[in-house]
Design a protein around this ligand. Structure first.
Ligand code: ZN
Length: 413
């Protein structure tokens, strides 16, 4: 069966100069043709309708599916839940499809071997049970347990379980994961990091620096050993640090490192996002949600992973009664809108930082992340009119040629 879709081309999406500004005025058209799980043809045209010179009002914008390399939980589900099962993971995937995310790396944070092993197993089992989940989970992200024990850099990782890198332990998780661990975040100042990084990288795992208080030389050594990413740069850090040098400047300046950032407006102020963007450039920056279970739920008080938290109407997740962040409630699609607003880039370019770029950075750039013939048919259709108001309303999500949410509009054959 061949699926044909017509929509507004991403290149036509403005939204750079303030939301609602440039909007989708130009309305260039895009056609995609899907056979099986692949995009077999993609064409772009100047305008859609010869008589009016515009795409019809109801025509959606068509964009690559979003790729989230760091997400713990969503919509009440969390892979770090002590009771996590394959069903938790499948339900999380399904909830994410409704928000335009087609690929993600479920992210497991610091815990005992057994707790982390349970999470890893649940994810592997979910992938075995449902091929859509297997396609959507492009890898597991182990964030920890080899991270800093210092207050601040440690973030919410329990002090009791942070430890030095242990490749044998890691290999046991990798076996339980059936080879699915794709990213590991560690603090390079920990004993044995360089050897660990070399082994992990040569086994095909991407190494990220994060939750760290490392010196300049430790960061350099990690890069030389093969680390290529920074995890949520600017967060998982001390509240007060030496002005320079410090681990933020060092990572910011390293061209070998691409940085993930949480653009929810709470984790980093808009000026920092803009400055990181200027320093890193769009080739070395990607957006993550770093969301936890309360993401996607209504504002209120919740107990999650044994902690009492409050989700405020502005989308901040606080430890109840404090100003401390207890994770993010960001949906990646909103991160894209925020990024466009904070930096002034067009929405189409911002979208690439949450689709094309993360796919490339984990070695999947030829497989997914853009609307290119030969790639897996992962795309979303969004309401173009709502977009002009800065809202990403998902009409349909297609994963590997299969509709996993909504109804693709006219054009299905
Ligand atoms: Zn973190």
């Amino acid at each position: 069966m061949i699926l044909r879709q017509v929509g507004i081309s991403p290149d036509a999406l403005g939204l750079g100069e303030g939301i609602g500004g440039a909007s989708v005025a130009d309305r260039r058209r895009i056609w995609v043709e899907v056979q099986g799980d692949r995009l077999v043809a993609v064409a772009r045209g100047e305008v859609a309708d010869a008589s009016t010179g515009r795409v019809g009002e109801g025509v959606p914008a068509l964009l690559p599916g979003l790729v989230d390399l760091q997400i713990n939980g969503f919509a009440g589900y969390d892979v770090n839940d002590p009771e996590v099962t394959a069903e938790t993971v499948a339900a999380m995937a399904e909830a994410l499809w409704k928000t335009g995310v087609t690929s993600f790396c479920p992210t497991i944070t610091t815990q005992s071997f057994a707790r982390m092993n349970r999470s890893v197993r649940a994810i592997a089992e979910a992938c075995r049970q449902d091929r859509r989940v297997a396609r959507s989970v492009i890898g597991i992200h182990l964030e920890g347990p080899y991270v800093s024990g210092e207050d601040g850099p440690r973030g919410a990782h329990p002090a009791e379980w942070v430890r030095d890198p242990d490749f044998d332990e890691f290999q046991r998780w990798q076996e339980a994961a059936e080879g699915r661990i794709r990213i590991v975040t560690l603090a390079p100042e920990r004993e044995g990091s360089v050897q660990f990084i070399k082994k992990a990288v040569s086994s095909g795992v991407v190494v990220a620096i994060g939750h760290t208080a490392a010196s300049s030389s430790a960061i350099r050594a990690a890069i030389d050993a093969g680390a290529t990413l920074s995890t949520h740069l600017g967060n998982g850090a001390h509240a007060f640090i030496r002005r320079h040098p410090n681990y933020i400047w060092d990572q910011l300046a390293a061209d070998e490192l691409a940085a993930g950032i949480i653009v929810d407006g709470h984790h980093l102020p808009p000026t920092v996002v803009k400055t990181f963007w200027r320093a890193k450039g769009e080739e070395r920056l990607f957006l993550v949600s770093d969301a936890v279970a309360v993401a996607g739920l209504p504002p209120g008080k919740y107990t999650t992973l044994g902690q009492q938290v409050e989700l405020t109407p502005s989308g901040r997740v606080n430890l109840l009664g404090t100003e401390y962040l207890a994770g993010s409630a960001l949906e990646l699609r909103q991160g894209v809108v925020n990024f466009a607003r904070f930096t002034g880039v067009s929405l189409a370019r911002a979208w690439e930082l949450a689709s094309t770029r993360p796919a490339q950075l984990v070695g999947l750039g030829n497989e997914l992340g853009s609307l290119t013939p030969g790639q897996r048919a992962d795309f979303v259709m969004i309401d173009a009119r709502a977009l002009a108001q800065g809202e990403v309303r998902i009409l349909a999500t297609v994963l590997a040629g299969e509709t996993v949410f909504g109804q693709p509009s006219a054009g299905e054959a």
